[in-house]
Design a protein around this ligand. Structure first.
Ligand code: NAG
Ligand code: NAG
Ligand code: NAG
Ligand code: NAG
Ligand code: NAG
Ligand code: NAG
Ligand code: NAG
Ligand code: NAG
Length: 482
């Protein structure tokens, strides 16, 4: 994964949605800001994007100093993350936990431009079923050691330790929320986790995924997922559920009650709808979902006992390096495209109607790599596969927005994707002589052949006060093997 870097900016925006019916606060709406991109938008641009859209809270997946520096002085509430691979060592040693906290949290509380760190998320959905028992045994111990380190640093009242739980950590029988329970292999862990959270007055972070419910469960209709009033309601005894969010949320509340924690604060740490890579993953459906969700969180008219304290939209930006094991849609969760451009009409606050795009984004030159139609293309498909093993071809695969473009247009798409990832290195458009660099935009209808961000100048903008970052430019080590 390539890295980039830059300046920082300061600002503040606060947003709270008021519940019009009950008069209670539905809590802030924030976003997840992931950086698994070949050419991440510079952190200073992302922070501007957050501010101009009135986004008051952000959840990170690590504690990248460049990102935290960009957030310093902004007054944006921040959740920093501990990657799963660190859990083992953080469980094993209090010293390691103290040093992690010192390097990644405590130092942002000292001095002038503070970062408003509110949560440390221990692991990223470490209980995901597909991980098996890889991380589970270390989670609670790691969380306790971080909590202990926070207390030692006198930060325990300002920063809460949380553990983001996955959408598949809880379930119900026959789609009845009243039967909600945690996955049986997590029984003991969940009781330990909830006891820990409860003891420290920390909330329960959890993913709710109407998108995945729709995809995995034939009983869940699209209209039910998109908060359409005309959707057929689901009944469970005397309760009626009018949308998929309520159904999952009520299932979660039952699961928490079943192990004795009915009152714990719930924070929806991930919820969203992707725009590519799967059936009904489109911009109009994502727009309908998010608008429905926000209205729903503001005007409580449903059957829920209580609402989440905070909600983090998945995700701020598209990320072209995300792992595709759960589906091609994984790289398309962004409310904004990879370059910070709005995909649809939506707003995080009451003061505006539309999203505000990232400004003055630096792109590479307007050049693309396509198939040379004057050559014998009988072997070109093998070259496309090679390109796709590294580049992002999720849009041309079945269900993708570019799956309709015909051969060899789809091969051009693959060639271009690799060429852009390699910062227009001419060699990366060779493909045994079958590639051709062009200045004519090959985009067709909704299928966009993108131009990557120019990240080459960002090193000149690095503030000198941070010396701990690793290699500044790590281009994809891919060399075409022709
Ligand atoms: C956090 O702290 C650890 C341990 O001191 C360090 O190795 C790491 O680079 C820091 N940064 C991140 C992003 O975790
Ligand atoms: C977690 O750390 C504790 C304390 O060092 C250790 O006793 C325990 O075995 C560790 N857990 C695992 C699963 O390694
Ligand atoms: C789907 O609905 C049917 C009938 O209501 C029910 O028997 C079945 O268990 C449901 N399946 C799931 C996965 O919820
Ligand atoms: C988990 O809890 C359920 C319900 O309380 C119980 O039926 C199941 O046997 C438990 N599983 C384990 C592994 O403890
Ligand atoms: C959802 O996808 C199906 C199958 O492609 C399509 O027929 C339907 O029109 C889509 N609905 C929406 C609202 O996009
Ligand atoms: C993607 O995720 C799967 C399942 O968690 C894992 O086995 C695989 O190693 C991951 N691939 C990469 C490139 O990280
Ligand atoms: C296509 O590949 C085959 C097998 O590698 C090779 O024999 C053939 O010459 C190639 N054709 C062209 C036009 O490159
Ligand atoms: C391009 O489309 C053709 C058929 O339309 C298909 O056979 C081929 O696998 C596709 N190539 C890629 C790279 O998706």
């Amino acid at each position: 994964m390539a890295c980039s870097h830059w300046l920082f900016f300061l600002l503040l925006v606060a947003f709270t949605a008021e519940l019009s019916v009950t008069g209670i606060f539905a809590g802030a709406v924030g976003v997840n800001w992931g950086t698994e991109a070949s050419h991440p938008l510079p952190p200073s641009k992302v922070v501007e994007l957050l501010k101009s859209n009135g986004i008051a809270k952000v959840k990170l997946f690590d504690a990248d100093p460049k990102v935290l520096e960009a957030l310093s002085g902004s007054n944006i509430g921040v959740s920093v993350g501990i990657p799963n691979y660190m859990l083992k060592s953080l469980n094993a040693s209090r010293k390691v936990a103290e040093s992690w906290l010192h390097d990644n949290v405590t130092r942002y509380f000292n001095g002038g431009n503070r970062v408003r760190i509110e949560y440390v998320a221990v692991g990223d959905e470490p209980f995901l079923q597909s991980y098996g028992n890889q991380y589970r045994p270390f989670v609670i111990g790691a969380a306790m050691n971080i909590q202990n380190a926070l207390a030692k640093a006198s930060l325990a009242s300002e920063v809460k330790v949380v553990v983001p739980s996955s959408f598949d950590s809880f379930l119900s029988e026959s789609g009845r929320p009243s039967s909600g329970h945690f996955r049986t292999d997590l029984n003991k862990t969940m009781i330990e986790l909830l006891s820990f959270l409860s003891k420290h007055h920390s909330p329960f972070f959890v993913t709710i995924s109407p998108f995945l419910s729709f995809h995995q469960n034939k009983n869940i209709s699209l209209d039910f997922s998109l908060f359409k009033e005309t959707a057929k309601a689901h009944k469970d005894g005397r309760s009626t559920y009018r949308n998929s969010f309520d159904l999952s949320y009520a299932t979660l509340v039952s699961a928490l009650s079943s192990i004795g924690f009915p009152e714990i604060d719930i924070i929806v740490s991930k919820i969203g709808w992707p725009t590519d890579g799967a059936v009904n993953a489109t911009s109009p459906t994502a727009e309908a979902f998010l608008k429905g969700l926000i209205v729903h969180l503001e005007k409580k008219t449903g059957s829920l006992p209580r609402l989440p304290v905070e909600t983090y939209i998945e995700s701020l930006l598209d990320e072209d390096q995300r792992n595709l094991s759960s589906g091609n849609f994984e790289r398309h969760w962004g409310v904004f495209t990879f370059d910070g451009q709005a995909k649809y009409s939506f707003s995080f606050n009451h003061n505006s109607k539309k999203l505000v795009n990232a400004q003055n984004v630096q792109y590479l030159a307007p050049k693309w790599c396509v198939v040379n139609n004057n050559k014998d293309l009988s072997n070109v498909s093998a070259k496309a596969l090679e390109a796709c093993s590294v580049a992002d071809c999720t849009s041309i695969l079945p269900g993708g927005s570019c799956s309709g473009i015909r051969w060899p247009g789809n091969v051009s798409y693959a060639f271009n994707s690799l060429y852009q990832q390699n910062d227009h290195n001419a060699e990366s458009c060779n493909f045994g002589g079958l590639g051709l660099i062009t200045t004519v935009d090959p985009s067709v209808d909704d299928c966009r052949f993108s131009i990557q961000l120019d990240t080459s100048h960002s090193s000149s903008q690095i503030p000198i006060l941070f010396q701990s970052w690793p290699l500044l430019l790590s281009f994809l080590p891919y060399v075409l093997n022709l």
